[in-house]
Design a protein around this ligand. Sequence first.
Ligand code: ADP
Ligand code: MG
Length: 140
Amino acid sequence: MMVIQRTLSIIKPDATRRNLIGKINAKIESAGLRIIAQKMLRLTKEQASAFYEVHAERSFYEDLCNNMIRGPVVVQVLEGENAISAYRDVMGATNPASAAPGSIRHEFGESIDLNSVHGSDSVDTAQKEIAFFFSQIEIL
Ligand code: ADP
Ligand code: MG
């Protein structure tokens, strides 16, 4: 079923450091997803830890949070048909080595922990993650 959804995207510090914001946004827009909110910021350790709290028990949690605060991130709200799964497809698999050709992670990801982008994984998490970064008046 086709339904208009919103999802949260983060262009991670490994990607902003390599000047890839424009190239990643081009892939998002080419896929028919619309960037309806966008801002650059630098996360604190506390913010990164809270955002990724769902992974708190995982072995990679500490490294993940540290990687997210190494530099600026771009947080975005994307809108389009089935935007949540559509953006997961544009991103590619978590491990760039397994990501499909043409996907962001295949083209730009350096490793599983430096994989350039985040995208929400369900309607429920999309709603929570958008509210984590954006107020109502910041979203067009
Ligand atoms: P995704 O970002 O594809 O939704 P997860 O939600 O499972 O993946 O994990 C969140 C992030 O944690 C990943 O994007 C990646 O940066 C990091 N990560 C996940 N699994 C590993 C792992 N096995 N080793 C190192 N980092 C990992
Ligand atoms: Mg995830």
